[in-house]
Design a protein around this ligand. Structure first.
Ligand code: AMP
Ligand code: GLY
Length: 421
């Protein structure tokens, strides 16, 4: 079958790499893709929010399945758009706009979790009309205070604040448009102390399969310091996710979430990304995403041995109950190379050297572009280096060694990925 993959980051390069390993994939197209995905398929110059152009491309290229990488087109209704008469034969990996609110609206996700008794931080939804009540709720809590913009805010909408006065000021600022419309509603919640990890399910809206879990390294600085980023590295499996914790995750979180999706009649074929926190052995949901993680995908997919297209096709056809997933026991360690200055302002178009010298690792392009015969940087997160190895420390060492070999002006990576485990 012909497949169209939407997106252009490291996650999409890993997805492209995995999709083309399947004998079921005849042609893979990536819109818009990057120089890495061009090695697995054909990049097409279509923007991810240009639904009309995506549709006409699908019809003229006999596309049978669309795999949506990022959340934005899902929240904007790409799946719903394709449910029309002339395109409804095309399978889509990615939920409807209504279901994508599990990621796109923190308040929606909180209501869902409360309804289905899924463990998460105690919270309150605040808008202009009940701001004073929100201030009182803050006063009743203990520091630190967690304030979340309801809508998508490019990963910047979560504030964790130590002082009560600062928290009250922040609430007022958020409600007055600090994140535009995204913070017209703010969710205040209690701070959960623990260690975070990510669990991924592929669902057909009723059944699900679990993918290998991962741990993401969110902060820019070594030792988990500095600003939050999209993710500076990932490891899979996660050593503290033992059988007991897994069972709790499945019983208390995964099963009730999938049954909730089914009970609500959500049009949901695709990934549920559970952002979890382990609080003294008990898992809580920090957030849902309606897509795979980045850079988690670059660590998780290399550990999936099963035919990826076969699994996705089974999800589209609602028969995941008849599938299983085979995983590689080796450790995967992903180190992200970023542009100097990221996650704040950074320079682009720096020539990248050393890409051919990588041995024993996979290299996924994230923010790169082809320019005058060179590969240059074009984003904050530039390249992901993933190593699979039976020995965790070796996997870490080889990823770092290869990260060292790549050169461009301003290159930075965290040299402590996996050191805490
Ligand atoms: P989110 O966008 O909801 O995933 O939040 C971004 C980050 O903020 C998370 O990855 C956590 O590190 C942190 N965070 C969010 N909510 C909480 C909470 N209730 N308690 C502690 N940390 C949180
Ligand atoms: N790495 C976190 C995310 O993809 O949301």
């Amino acid at each position: 079958m012909n497949i169209l993959l939407i997106g252009s980051g490291g996650r999409e390069h890993a997805l492209a790499w995995k999709l083309t390993q399947s004998p079921l994939c005849t042609s893979l197209y990536i819109a818009p893709g990057n120089p890495g995905t061009a090695a697995s398929g054909i990049n097409v110059d279509i923007k991810i929010n240009d639904f009309a152009a995506i549709k006409s491309f699908c019809l003229s290229h006999d596309i049978s399945m669309i795999v949506v990488g990022p959340e934005a087109p899902l929240v904007d209704g790409l799946t719903d758009f394709f449910r029309q008469e002339d395109t409804k034969h095309i399978g889509i990996i990615g939920p409807s706009a209504y279901a994508a609110q599990l990621e796109g609206s923190k308040a929606f996700a909180k209501k869902f979790m409360q309804k289905y008794n899924i463990p998460t931080a105690v919270s309150m939804e605040v808008h202009a009309g009940n701001m004073e009540e929100g201030q009182r709720f803050l006063e009743s809590m203990q520091a630190p205070y967690v304030l979340k913009a309801d809508g998508l805010a490019a990963g910047k909408g979560v504030m964790i604040i130590d002082g009560i006065q600062e928290a009250k000021t922040m609430l007022r600022e958020m409600l007055s448009g600090k994140f535009g419309k995204a913070s017209d509603t703010v969710v205040i919640e209690t701070f959960l102390k623990g260690i975070e990890f990510s669990v991924f399910a592929l669902t057909d809206g009723k059944n699900y399969l679990l993918l290998p879990e991962a741990k993401d390294y969110k902060r820019i600085g070594t030792g988990d310091t500095g600003l939050n980023t999209g993710g500076m590295g990932a490891v899979s499996p996660v050593s503290f996710a033992d059988e007991e914790l897994w069972q709790k995750v499945i019983d208390r979180i995964v099963k009730p979430t999938i049954s909730g999706i089914y009970a609500e009649k959500m049009d949901y074929t695709g990934f549920v990304f559970f952002g979890l926190i382990n609080v003294d052995g008990d898992p809580y949901v920090i957030e849902y995403n309606c897509r795979m993680g980045d850079p988690e995908t670059e660590a998780v997919l290399p550990r999936v041995k099963s035919d990826w297209v076969q699994l996705l096709q089974a999800a589209v056809e609602g028969r995941l109950d008849k599938q299983s997933i085979e995983t590689d026991d080796r450790y995967a360690v992903t180190v992200m190379l970023v542009s100097g200055g990221y996650p704040e302002d950074y320079a682009k178009n720096k020539v990248i050297q050393g890409l051919d010298g990588i041995e024993d690792s996979l290299l996924f392009h994230a923010g790169t572009a082809a320019f005058n015969g060179d590969i240059v940087t074009s984003g904050g997160r530039v390249l992901a280096v993933t190593t699979l190895h039976p020995d965790f420390k070796e996997a870490v060492r080889i990823s770092m060694q290869n990260a060292d070999k790549i050169q461009y002006e301003g290159k930075y990576y965290r040299n402590d990925i996996g050191f805490d485990l």
